[in-house]
Design a protein around this ligand. Structure first.
Ligand code: AMP
Ligand code: TRP
Length: 349
């Protein structure tokens, strides 16, 4: 947990734990832009949860990032609390992980501005997520452009070693490394240079209606994704409608991208390997497979939904967890910023 690490880096610490015993620090974030999808769950949340014991964890609801697209006050506040509740319901444990809302720790905004001075305009222009999200829009905010710098600030503020994310975030974590290295070269060793932690399986769950696109809640096509809050009948209906490839054999082969995606989901949720699943459905066609897959998904989300309902009935509990998380995060962040300001030569000293 952060507490242990904070002691290790504080001026009053008795002894600095050696590198070999120090647990690696994980940082990751998620935007409060609606209910997480099965893609968010398999690409990110689930990995955060299962790795909790192994690492020192900091997880952040990145509400400042959500401002990069137009937002409504009440929706933003509700989405922040709902996402925090969903993360807790999925298994993020405040006793083992710090969970907080980004804007509650002002140091994120401050470091973002400072890092814009060591980030090139051309680097940001090359970000594929910026190109995708700005394509065809007239009202592209500067925030959308600067977004990856804020992400870099999130990560390096806490000296994170590892950033568990889906594949679409690889480029942002690579940029974070470049920014951290550049700052260290210019001002002296200040930041840990983080590594992306992207799993071979599940890092890119595809849309149910089009296996060439990633599953995303912002697609505007409800049949393309499963939300963690979808009820059982909705999940069954979406699975039934999910596109399959030509033929009828349940096989994960390159010319069956839709089946590869569905088998990946089945395998990750059950822990069974793909050949075992293929064998089970040999000669039984797509229908039986999709019917069972819907039940596998329902079995995963049902207990999460029950816990979300408990948190929904007690929003004060979620607020208290986020407030405590922010206190713990701020402790570390403010110390880091004092060092950063001094390194750059800001203020009166
Ligand atoms: P976002 O909802 O864009 O804030 O994404 C939150 C996290 O979920 C990030 O780590 C993403 O890489 C991950 N993610 C989003 N969509 C998918 C997907 N379709 N498959 C796997 N991971 C995803
Ligand atoms: N940009 C990430 C996404 O859309 C969210 C994010 C913000 C993030 N800050 C982060 C992820 C820091 C990892 C680390 O998914």
């Amino acid at each position: 947990m952060v507490a242990g690490r904070v002691e290790g880096t504080s001026a009053t610490a008795v002894a600095e734990p050696s590198e070999t015993v120090r647990r690696q620090r994980v940082f990751s974030g998620m935007q409060p832009s609606g209910t997480p999808t099965l893609g968010n769950y398999l690409g990110a949340i689930r990995n955060w949860v299962v790795q909790q014991d192994q690492y020192d964890n900091v997880f952040c609801v990145v509400d400042l990032h959500a401002l990069s697209l137009p937002t409504d006050r009440d929706t933003l506040r509700a989405n922040t609390l709902n996402l925090a509740a969903a993360l807790l319901a999925a298994g993020i444990d405040p006793a083992r992980s710090v969970l907080f809302a980004q804007s509650d720790v002002r140091e994120h905004s401050e470091l973002c501005w400072l890092l814009t001075s060591v980030t090139q305009f051309g680097e940001l222009r090359r970000m594929t997520q910026f190109k995708d999200k700005s394509a065809g829009r007239e009202d592209v905010s500067a925030a959308l452009f600067v977004y990856p710098v804020l992400q870099a600030a999130d990560i390096i503020l806490y000296d994170a070693d590892l950033v568990p994310v889906g594949d679409d975030q690889r480029q942002h974590v690579e940029l974070t490394r470049d920014i951290a290295e550049r700052f260290n070269r210019r001002y002296g060793q200040t930041f840990v240079v983080p590594k992306p932690d992207i799993k071979a399986e599940g890092a890119r769950i595809m849309a149910l209606d089009d296996p060439s696109q990633k599953m995303s809640k912002s697609s505007g096509r409800p049949m393309s994704y499963i939300a963690l809050t979808d009820d059982a009948d909705t999940i069954r209906r979406k699975m039934k409608r999910a596109v399959t490839d030509s033929g009828s054999e349940v096989r994960a082969v390159p010319d069956k991208p839709a089946l590869v995606n569905l088998l990946t989901i089945y395998s990750l949720l059950t822990g069974e390997d793909v050949p075992t699943i293929e064998e089970r459905y040999a000669g039984r066609g797509y229908g039986a497979f999709k019917t069972d897959l819907a039940e596998v998904v329902v079995a995963t989300v049902t207990p999460i939904q029950a816990r979300i309902a408990e948190y929904a009935a007690d929003p004060g509990a979620v607020q208290a967890i986020l407030a405590d998380g922010a206190d713990r995060a701020r402790d570390q962040a403010s110390r880091k910023m004092a060092l950063v300001r001094d390194r750059i030569g800001l203020g009166a000293g």
